[in-house]
Design a protein around this ligand. Structure first.
Ligand SMILES: [Zn+2]
Length: 217
């Protein structure tokens, strides 16, 4: 994954829509991160690095400090990134779990007739890890090359390839589609508890401003 792309994810503002902003606040979304590169000798820095679920602003701080570069060859250790990120994440009980695969190169084991990753992992291992933790994978391809294999990986878990000009826009659009129904029911619940439309609107507005302020701090 390229440095400028990962920074775009980190610093993009919450201006992408009221529903998403409200969803992040009302639904207590936590964000983790699993970075992957490649196995030696293709890359000698690291294979994967996992950051636990945290507030979005704390993850943003980490993203800003990370310099991401390409490995020696085109394919990357995508399966390792998926598996270590999924198995290594401290998921919350009962949580709605989704993951975004964001990259510009295909996995070792799904390109150039490689049967598996350099370490022996296969796409089946990656899908099994996701399914084992109840995680639906959505893919964002930053290059046309891996689009088809990213789509396959997502489809195997019930997710899909998200096509959008920007990474953050793709994430926001997907979150909106996932959380929209639940968001509406939360507003309905507030109405049923006797809150006025002004109170509900004010609650949502405050959430949005508070959220935006913390994101930029
Ligand atoms: Zn591997």
């Amino acid at each position: 994954m390229r440095s400028q792309d990962i920074k775009e994810v980190g610093r993009t503002s919450y201006n992408s829509g009221r529903n998403v902003t409200t969803a992040w606040t009302l639904w207590n979304i936590k964000v983790g991160l699993s970075l992957y590169r490649d196995h030696p000798p293709q890359d000698s820095s690291f294979v994967t690095a996992v950051f636990q679920l945290d507030e979005i602003r704390n993850i943003q701080d980490k993203l800003e400090k990370i310099v991401v570069g390409g490995g020696g060859d085109i394919p990357e250790a995508v399966f390792d990134g998926i598996i270590n990120g999924t198995d290594g994440m401290q998921w919350r009980d009962g949580s709605n779990r989704i993951a975004f695969l964001i990259g510009d190169a295909p996995p070792h084991g799904m390109a150039y007739e490689e049967p598996c990753c350099l370490c022996g992992l296969t796409w089946g291992d990656a899908v099994a890890a996701l399914e084992g933790h109840g995680v639906t994978l959505y893919s964002i391809s930053l290059h046309p090359g891996p689009k088809q294999v990213f789509k396959m990986l997502a489809n195997y878990t019930g997710g899909f390839l998200v096509e959008s000009p920007g990474v953050m826009e793709a994430i926001c659009n997907t979150l909106t589609s996932i959380f929209e129904g639940r968001l509406d029911s939360s507003v309905l619940e507030a109405v049923s508890k006797g809150k006025s439309t002004e109170e509900i609107d004010s609650m949502i507005s405050v959430s949005r401003e508070k959220s935006a302020a913390s994101f930029h701090s």
